[in-house]
Design a protein around this ligand. Structure first.
Ligand code: GLU
Length: 507
């Protein structure tokens, strides 16, 4: 096989979409598996919408995901001379022709086709203009667009995912490759670049299938080798609608958002790779490192049907990878999500006041470092939170009750299911206090032992004692259990919270 050469050709007209990341990942896996090369090309011909900032964001996204490339960045906006050269070549060979139709003429043509129930398509009116006609239009000051002369033949290719695909040239209108202001258009620039950069495999989203016949015709007209094509299934929302700028949660479907919400790149890569691909052979493996993916990816395992972007599944992967981290590392990763400053980067994730509460509840030194006590609490708290936390921006939600003051609502102490009401809660806290006060070795095990013994002594159900205690310690309906909480909070904070709650309940 010739050298494998693929490309990352994003249009830097917006933040890096998750679909773009997925396409890049597949290109990366394929190239690295075959010892091939990856070219990064910024397709910034849309001058009005392309920016260097978006290009940088995409490059940052690539490195955040742990991917890389071998050549580039190239920018289409800097390659006009190259396009000019190939344009002249096509002009000489007669593969393209100038079209002087005005917008109004084209519109009239479309209306006629519409009324005859024909598909709207350029008729080829300017295909065979004589030299005199062209000269006349030019003296009138009309500026032409340049169209590709689509032959009436069959165009066929063997797609890496979908197998053989063919289309009749008669069904393709002569398409514009250069606008009247001189700007070269996507079909042309993409093919010139793929030809020049000796791309062997064009791997991209299925939305480009309908462009491929045009691209093949252009490759042939340029006398270039036609690459192999592979079209990846589209990303769909859970309701199977096409996933666009936002995902089902309403958040931007971008790599940056995943990063800001505290997803780990390992989880994102694992999840993205499995969107529309499985290792086959009855394998039930779900967790793959990047290296394993490089070894195992194959086009045979790529599905033709659209791939559903299931946020819950991403959360499942992320929770798994979060729990794999050594606790010290997880704590460091959580920290930025606890500060007010981090909040400004997080869109719609947590109520700002929760983040604020934690920031307010932590004691920081001059250098922003936490006190050893807070550091120790944080470590225990994060360990507990990691059992339920799916992404780091959720951390405040699971951690805020460990820090600062809490004010549990009275309704929490009215829980018929647990056989708990205000009076029984008062009793539960009053009975627990002396037992807890006596504990010297303040560990989860010891606290558990003493409280369970008390339950037995009282002849109660566990919940009757533990629910009010847990509510007093956390102020939350859902939280870690009493002994873990009490252990993480420490003796004096735990006892203080219980006493305070007792006062409030008795009022
Ligand atoms: N710039 C194009 C895009 O972002 C590239 C399409 C292609 O891979 O040919 O959709």
């Amino acid at each position: 096989m010739d050298e494998i050469r693929v490309r990352f050709p994003p249009s830097p007209t917006g933040p890096m979409h998750i679909g773009t990341a997925r396409t890049m990942l597949v290109n990366f896996l394929f190239a690295r598996q075959h010892g091939g090369k990856i070219v990064f090309r910024s397709e910034d011909t849309d001058r009005a919408r392309s920016t260097r900032e978006f290009e940088k964001e995409i490059l940052d996204g690539i490195s955040w995901l742990g991917l890389d490339f071998d050549e580039g960045p190239f920018r289409q906006s800097e390659r006009d001379a190259v396009y000019e050269k190939y344009f002249e070549q096509l002009k000489k060979s007669g593969a393209i022709y100038p079209c002087f139709c005005s917008a109004a003429e084209l519109e009239a043509e479309r209306e006629t086709q519409n009324s005859q129930k024909l598909p709207p398509r350029y008729s080829g009116k300017c295909r065979d203009l004589s030299a005199e006609e062209i000269a006349r239009f030019e003296t009138e000051g009309r500026k032409p667009v340049w169209r590709f002369r689509v032959p009436a033949s069959e165009i066929k290719f063997d797609d890496l995912v979908r197998g053989e695909i063919s289309e009749r040239g008669e069904n393709i209108a002569d398409f514009v490759i250069r606008k009247s202001d001189g700007q070269f258009l996507y079909h042309f620039t993409v093919v010139v670049d793929d030809a020049e950069m000796k791309i062997s495999h064009v791997i991209r989203g299925e939305d480009h299938i309908s462009n491929t016949s045009k691209h093949i015709l252009l490759f042939e007209a340029l006398g270039a080798k036609v690459p192999r094509f592979g079209h990846l299934p589209l990303l769909l929302n859970k309701d199977r609608s096409k996933m666009s700028k936002r995902d089902e949660s309403g958040k931007p479907a971008t790599v940056e958002r995943l990063k800001n919400d505290g997803y780990l790149s390992e989880a994102v890569v694992n999840f993205l790779a499995l969107l529309g691909w499985n290792p086959g052979g009855g394998s039930e493996q779900e967790f793959f490192s990047l290296d394993e993916l490089i070894a195992k990816f194959d086009f045979a395992g790529v599905a033709k049907a659209g791939a559903v972007f299931d946020l819950e599944r991403l959360n499942f992967f992320n929770a798994h990878y979060l729990r794999q981290l050594p606790i010290e590392e997880l704590v460091e990763k959580v920290k930025p999500f606890l500060s007010i400053q981090a909040q400004s980067n997080i869109e719609n994730v947590v109520a700002p006041q929760l983040t604020h509460q934690i920031s307010g509840g932590l004691t920081k030194g001059d250098g922003g470092e936490l006190t050893p006590e807070d550091e120790a609490t944080l470590k225990k708290a994060v360990r507990l939170a990691s059992e339920r936390m799916q992404f780091l921006a959720e951390a405040p939600q699971f951690l805020h009750y460990f820090f600062g003051e809490i004010d549990p609502p009275l309704e929490l102490f009215d829980n018929p299911k647990m056989k708990v009401d205000r009076a029984s809660s008062i009793e539960a806290l009053e009975k627990s206090l002396p037992v807890l006060e006596k504990i010297e070795n303040w560990t989860a095990e010891e606290i558990q032992k003493e409280l369970l013994a008390l339950v037995v002594k009282l002849g109660w159900k566990n919940g009757q004692l533990l629910w009010p205690l847990r509510a007093a310690l956390t102020g939350e309906k859902f939280s870690p259990g009493v002994w873990e909480m009490a252990d993480a909070l420490g003796r004096s904070a735990s006892l203080a919270r219980i006493r305070k709650m007792l006062d409030k309940l008795k009022k």
